[in-house]
Design a protein around this ligand. Structure first.
Ligand SMILES: [Fe+2]
Ligand SMILES: [Fe+2]
Length: 144
């Protein structure tokens, strides 16, 4: 069977995104801990674990294709100087992920690759929910 190099490209790009997101949210969790913001620290640590679940699923898909998971690019960590800034940066991180997963879903749909379409679509919906949660936290941080 011929390798679908574009599909592998999407899987590896997503791998890089998720690695970056794990690092981003864990760093923010530890910084919130230093600031004494225990609730937010827990929230960010939980986000980091969710992204690790996504990374695991992407790696499984690559391994099933006989490909070694290899992120070509891991986005830099951007912490923010205030809680509100942190959440705004994370909003952008999630927004970028959503665009990537939408493109990957579209591509798989055109190729009639239903298995990978379902994988990307499931992660897409979890990132949309994540964005929704961030929006709620931003409103809460602004009101506080
Ligand atoms: Fe993710
Ligand atoms: Fe996310």
């Amino acid at each position: 069977m011929l390798m679908d190099t574009r599909l592998i490209g999407y899987l590896n790009r997503a791998t890089g995104h998720e690695l970056g997101a794990i690092q981003q949210y864990l760093a923010q969790a530890r910084l919130c801990e230093l600031w004494g913001l225990t609730d937010f620290s827990r929230q960010f640590a939980e986000d980091s674990r969710e992204e690790m679940g996504h990374l695991s699923d992407l790696m499984d898909a690559l391994l099933r294709l006989g490909v070694t998971p290899q992120a070509s690019h891991v986005p830099a960590v951007r912490l923010g100087r205030t809680l509100e800034q942190m959440l705004e940066i994370d909003r952008q991180v999630e927004y970028d992920a959503i665009r990537l997963y939408e493109e990957a879903v579209d591509y798989c749909a055109r190729r009639r690759d239903t298995a990978h379409q379902a994988l990307f679509d499931r992660i897409l919906h979890e990132e949309l929910e994540h964005l929704n949660t961030l929006d709620q936290l931003i409103s809460r941080a602004k009101a506080a």
